[in-house]
Design a binder for this molecule. Structure first.
Ligand code: MCN
Length: 793
């Protein structure tokens, strides 16, 4: 076998089944006697439910049952829980209104689940839902955070006065204010982080099943974390103990965060399966995805930097309003606090930072983590602020950044906003990116573009992110209601092949390949001899799932720990077979050998001895070679780097084309360079999408205008540039692999690079700031408004 261990670009094992149409997705699962659920949804942003007349629906062909929120409440079905609790400045807990699975009394957003029809076919369920008569009495609705906090705004929940979920802060206000008082200069920027709709390729789906003989439930669902769903749904919603509830997340076609959360439909199919004693399937239509999958971002912020006369940062002050939507989604409260505000130091040694974050309810789809989650918002704020400071003060934008970078010898670096970065080198990634992007040749390219009537711009973003989300104790102290460790069970079979059961979940990230590479590297066996199993609570001891770019840093490290145990036990078995002392046994390249001799046993010989223990130290060791490790890291990992974007704007149409995108990232030790490159490219594509195209647009009173692929612009392949990916390495200092996460760096680093490039292209038009998306219409208006002025000059 060629080298397949850490550092090899092994081709993705899982792609054969995905590309040949033999994947097994939730909607591919069909159980005997299966029925179909159709969820009737509110078309009102906010209304009282006067009553639901289900008689006609129940009498419709093929209908087996119709249930409403009242039916569920009568059977003690709980609300959908929130997994994170934030405390207000005054120490009181956030407002946490009940989120019923099916609406009770009121609907609070367009898409809110009102009733479910269960029928023999999907079409019959849908037709019958049309016959439901729902008496709505409309109530005042708000969609934007700015409207929701206005005095007298309609209340989304009576128990959340002022529509406030929480009012939280971080950092030292007094120190920050004092630094502002003595600053030579301050620069202020108001900015919006646009609301996004995730749009994974596979829509959400769920199949619930109830086994009459055992009383057990099974839920197949499009989830990034089946154990978390089992915990939340079993303990809080349906009151089913873990041993009676199996949750399976089979192949999942992309999640990008949107499939982390516990959604109403999972509880609906599981509960209804128990009621009608037949399996029940629900699959979202694309239109439903737009109004039920948790949205992302949606911040309105003010940022202010205090500087000395030389451009050194003295203090940063940030004020952010963030939209929670109508109910708290599973991890929503953590996104603008723990994932956003703690990152406001960025790559800079700003000595004092103070941030206030107010989370607000509105009559919109719940908002939660979407690729990057909080960290793109922090990065956009900081990296836009860098260019605005340069614009206002005349400092060079690159020199300003370099002057304020955390020095490479300052790690571990304690920021003023809780995080301690363990490693990084922002100078090297900046230098490497400038070289790869041929910054030296840019002015010539700009002139050449100008000669063709096009506007060229170059934009930078130098960023850091915190990922590999874990330390249970830290996240617990910050409000998590769960631990964030990871679990791996490494089973060496009698003939030496290996199955790894992992608590993480792969839904596009290539774990079946990269995790097999870890095994190949450590145990010295080919990747083809390794199976990675994920996504089934009946098989895997436990797990917290995949998000926050944690699978390698936390899940992979758990595997390393479990393999350490396998090797330690293998050494004892080898010592017995080779009649040597365990201390003299070495393990290398899949072989246990007696140090300094040519006597050795292959891993397969040791595993065979472990399962056929005829000649075995049975007094001292149990048979078998099967080890489990739970790993809870000491810290997050902190990937960082530099993204440089080059754009060209057509002055006649305002259309921006990204010509080149360069990303040089430090993700610690790289397991599979090809997969890492793909992860960065995918993230950058989403970042370009946010910067130039995507935006969830609501009317002021809560109707989603961009509710289909016709209105919500996801980027197309022909709008993507050549994305050059480079890598520089500083090792993570606290996990056994030295690796940092990569899954989100592209989406975090790229949006400000794109907008900074657009603003740079418009430099002759006096543009200081532009909110995302930089649509052709916005840009064309700027160019049009500038034409007469430029003509006059
Ligand atoms: N990797 C590596 N070397 C490193 C870091 C990572 O080879 N130094 C590999 C890993 O082994 C893994 C992949 O890169 O195969 C991503 O690893 P990691 O950064 O640990 O991220 P996760 O596996 O935890 O994935 C989560 C992350 C997130 S948070 C989102 S959102 C996201 C993303 O990954 N959603 C995705 N990438 C996605 N890719 C696809 N195709 N689909 C999604 O839904």
């Amino acid at each position: 076998m060629g080298f397949e261990g850490i550092g090899a670009s092994v081709k993705r094992k899982e792609d054969h089944r995905f590309l040949s149409g033999t994947g097994n997705y939730t909607d591919d699962i069909n159980r005997p006697g299966q029925l179909y659920a159709y969820v009737k949804r509110s078309d009102r942003p906010h209304a009282r439910i006067g009553g639901i007349d289900a008689a006609a629906a129940k009498a419709s062909p093929g209908v087996v049952a119709v249930f409403s929120g009242a039916d569920m409440a009568a059977e003690n079905v709980g609300g959908i829980p929130c997994g994170w609790q934030i405390h207000n400045k005054d120490g009181s807990p956030m407002a946490e209104p009940m989120h019923p699975v099916l609406a009770v009394g009121k609907v609070r957003f367009v898409g809110d689940a009102v009733a479910v029809v269960v029928a023999e076919t999907r079409q019959q369920a849908k037709d019958a839902a049309e016959a439901l008569e729902i008496d709505y009495q409309d109530l005042p609705a708000v969609a934007s955070v700015l409207d929701a906090v206005k005095p007298g705004a309609g209340l989304v929940h009576d128990e959340a006065p002022g529509n406030q979920c929480y009012d939280w802060h971080i950092g030292d206000k007094a120190v920050t204010d004092a630094a502002f008082a003595r600053a030579a200069r301050t620069v202020k920027l108001d900015l919006v982080n646009n609301r996004l709709i995730p749009n994974a390729m596979e829509p959400r789906a769920a199949v619930g099943e109830f086994d009459k003989s055992s009383g057990k439930y099974t839920l197949y669902t499009t989830s990034q974390n089946p154990h978390v769903i089992r915990l939340l749904m079993g303990a809080f919603v349906l009151h089913i103990p873990e041993h009676q509830l199996r949750v399976v997340a089979p192949d999942v076609g992309g999640g990008f965060g949107s499939k982390i959360f516990h959604y109403a439909e999972e509880a609906i199919v599981t509960w209804t399966a128990g009621k009608v004693k037949r399996p029940v399937k629900w699959t979202a239509e694309r239109g439903e995805s737009f109004i039920t999958d948790a949205h992302g971002r949606d911040h309105v912020s003010t940022a202010e930097m205090a500087l000395d006369a030389d451009g050194n940062f003295l203090a940063l002050r940030v004020n952010t309003l963030c939209n929670m939507g109508a109910y708290l989604s599973t991890f929503a409260p953590s996104v603008p606090t723990y994932l956003y505000a703690t990152l406001l130091a960025g790559v800079y040694k700003t000595p004092a930072i103070y941030a206030e974050v107010k989370a607000v309810f509105t009559n919109t789809v719940p908002v939660d983590a979407y690729r990057g989650a909080g960290r793109p918002e922090a990065t956009f704020l900081l990296e836009r602020l860098m260019d605005v400071i340069a614009y206002d003060t005349g400092h060079d934008r690159v020199e300003l950044r370099r002057r304020n970078f955390i020095p490479t010898d300052a790690f571990p670096y304690q920021t003023p906003v809780a995080l301690q970065y363990d490693s990084g080198d922002y100078f090297t990634t900046l230098d490497a990116a400038q070289k790869a992007a041929d910054v030296a040749g840019f002015e010539a390219r700009r002139a050449a573009a100008a000669a063709k009537g096009k506007l060229r711009g170059l934009g930078y973003s130098t960023y850091v992110e915190a990922c590999g989300i874990a330390p249970s104790a830290v996240v617990g102290s910050l409000g998590a209601r769960a631990g964030l460790y990871e679990v791996a069970n490494v089973r060496v079979h009698p003939t030496g092949s290996v199955t790894v059961f992992t608590g993480t979940h792969s839904h596009g990230q290539g774990h079946e390949t990269t995790f097999a590479q870890l095994v190949s590297d450590q145990l010295g066996i080919p990747v083809s001899q390794v199976e990675i199993v994920h996504g089934d609570t009946a098989k895997i001891p436990f797990g917290m799932g995949t998000y926050g770019s944690r699978s390698l840093a936390v899940g992979g490290s758990a595997m390393v720990k479990a393999m350490d145990k396998v090797i330690a036990k293998g050494k004892k078995i080898a010592a017995h077979l080779l009649e040597a002392s365990p201390a003299d046994i070495e393990f290398k390249d899949g072989k246990f050998s007696v140090a300094g001799t040519d006597r050795s046993k292959a891993l397969a010989e040791i595993s065979l001895a472990a399962y056929v223990p005829h000649n075995y130290p049975i007094e001292e060791l149990e048979p078998g070679l099967d080890e489990t490790a739970f790993y809870d890291p000491k810290n997050f990992t902190f990937p960082g780097g530099c993204h440089i974007c080059e754009v060209e704007i057509d002055a006649d149409t305002g259309v921006t084309q990204v010509i080149n995108f360069t990303a040089v990232d430090d993700v610690g030790r790289v397991i599979n360079p090809m997969i890492v490159e793909g992860q960065v490219q995918g993230g950058v594509a989403q970042g370009i999408g946010q910067a130039l195209f995507e935006s969830a647009v609501y009317t002021a009173d809560g109707q989603l205008l961009s509710g289909s692929m016709m209105d919500y612009v996801v980027p197309h392949a022909d709008q993507m540039p050549n994305i050059k990916v480079g890598s520089e390495v500083t090792l993570c200092t606290h996990n056994p692999l030295g690796s940092k996460g990569v899954g989100e760096v592209g989406a975090i680093g790229s949006p400000p690079a794109v907008i900074n490039a657009v603003v740079d292209a418009l430099r002759d038009y006096g543009v200081r700031h532009l909110d995302m998306p930089a649509s052709p219409q916005k840009i064309w208006s700027i160019i049009e408004a500038g034409r007469p002025r430029m003509a006059a000059e």
